[in-house]
Design a protein. Structure first.
Length: 298
C-alpha cells in the first residue's frame, strides 16, 4: 500500500490507497508548485536547475522561466501575478503581467535576507514568507555567509510593501499556510520537526505561538511544504511522504511517496488531484477532499 493509515478519518480525506501518476522526471530538486484554476496549469520550481517549469494536460512539461534566480516557493496573488522566493538573490519578487519583475523584499534592518523559502498571500493582499538559510548552501543556492543572526517569518504590507518581522525564534522556518478563515497562521520548523500555530491579529501581525503538532515517522524527509484543504485538514511534508492532520491536530496518516517530497498543491477542475514535487519528479494522485482553488483573476 502507498498509505499509512493512523486514524480511520484518513479514508474520508485521502482514501484507502493512492496511485501515483508520474507526470515528469529528470529534474534536480523540485519545489513551489502552484495551480492556476482558469489556465489549468501547474507552475513549479527546480532550484538547482535554475529553472521554473509549467505542466498542463495538453503540453506536458515545458519551460516557464530559465534562469530564475534559483526560485523556490511560489504563490499567486489576487491579480494572478506570481510571487516568488529566490534563493540566489535572497529576494521575494513578483512577476507582473507584462513579464517584468518587481522586487518586494530583499533586506531587513539594512541586512540582506537569508534566502526566502516559501510564501503565501492573504486575501487582503498581504504577503507572508519564511526566511531560513537553505539558499545559502551549495546545490540548493549560492554559498555565502548570512548577514542576519536569525531565521525569521515576515509580512509584506499590501499598501506600501513595508517588510515587518513577525517571528525570529525558529531554527529553520519553512512551509506556511493560513487556516481557512485566516485567523491562524501555521508555520513548520524543518530543523525541529514540528508545526507551530499563531493567532493572526486584525492588523496582520501574529501572536500566541504554540507547537501545534509534530511530523513523526519512518523514512526520509523533514517538514517542508505545508497546505490546508477545503475541509481544514492540514498536509505537511515529513518522514516517508506527506503527513495529513485533522483540524484537531491528530495525524490521520501518511501518503507514502516514491521520492522525498518537498511540496505539493491541489489542482485539476475538481481540485481533488494532489500534485507532488518529489525530488527529481512530478507526480499526481487523487484524494477525496478537494483543496482550495487560488483566488486569482481570470
Amino acid at each position: 500500500m502507498n498509505v499509512e493509515i493512523r486514524d480511520p478519518r484518513f479514508r474520508a480525506v485521502v482514501g484507502d490507497n493512492v496511485e501515483f501518476e508520474r507526470l515528469g522526471g529528470g529534474f534536480d530538486f523540485t519545489e513551489g508548485p502552484i495551480w492556476h484554476p482558469t489556465a489549468e496549469n501547474l507552475i513549479f520550481s527546480d532550484m538547482p536547475g535554475n529553472h521554473m517549469r509549467r505542466w498542463s494536460a495538453a503540453d506536458g512539461v515545458t519551460t516557464f522561466r530559465k534562469p530564475c534566480n534559483m526560485a523556490n516557493g511560489n504563490a499567486y496573488d489576487g491579480a494572478g501575478r506570481i510571487v516568488t522566493c529566490e534563493h540566489a538573490t535572497s529576494r521575494v519578487t513578483r512577476s507582473e503581467q507584462d513579464g517584468s519583475i518587481t522586487v518586494l523584499a530583499s533586506h531587513y534592518g539594512g541586512k540582506q535576507l537569508n534566502s526566502p523559502n516559501d510564501v503565501i498571500v492573504k486575501s487582503d493582499g498581504a504577503i507572508y514568507f519564511t526566511d531560513p538559510t537553505y539558499g545559502r548552501l551549495a546545490y540548493f543556492g549560492v554559498p555565502r555567509d548570512p548577514e542576519l543572526s536569525f531565521q525569521g517569518v515576515y509580512r509584506i504590507a499590501p499598501d506600501d510593501n513595508a517588510v515587518t518581522l513577525q517571528a525570529d525564534d525558529f531554527a529553520q522556518p519553512n512551509g506556511l499556510c493560513f487556516s481557512r478563515d485566516e485567523s491562524r497562521l501555521f508555520v513548520n520548523d524543518t530543523e525541529r520537526g514540528h508545526i507551530r500555530a499563531f493567532d493572526v491579529r486584525a492588523d496582520g501581525s501574529i501572536a500566541n505561538s504554540i507547537v501545534w503538532s509534530e511530523t513523526v515517522g519512518a523514512g526520509e524527509g523533514p517538514p517542508d511544504g505545508l497546505k490546508i484543504d477545503s475541509g481544514g485538514n492540514l498536509y505537511c511534508s515529513g518522514p516517508g511522504g506527506v503527513h495529513v492532520f485533522a483540524p484537531d491536530a491528530t495525524c490521520l496518516g501518511v501518503i507514502l511517496t516514491p521520492e522525498v517530497t518537498a511540496n505539493f498543491t491541489w489542482g485539476d477542475r475538481d481540485m481533488c488531484s494532489l500534485f507532488l514535487t518529489a525530488s527529481t519528479s512530478l507526480y499526481r494522485i487523487r484524494v477525496k477532499v478537494p483543496g482550495n482553488p487560488a483566488a486569482v483573476a481570470a
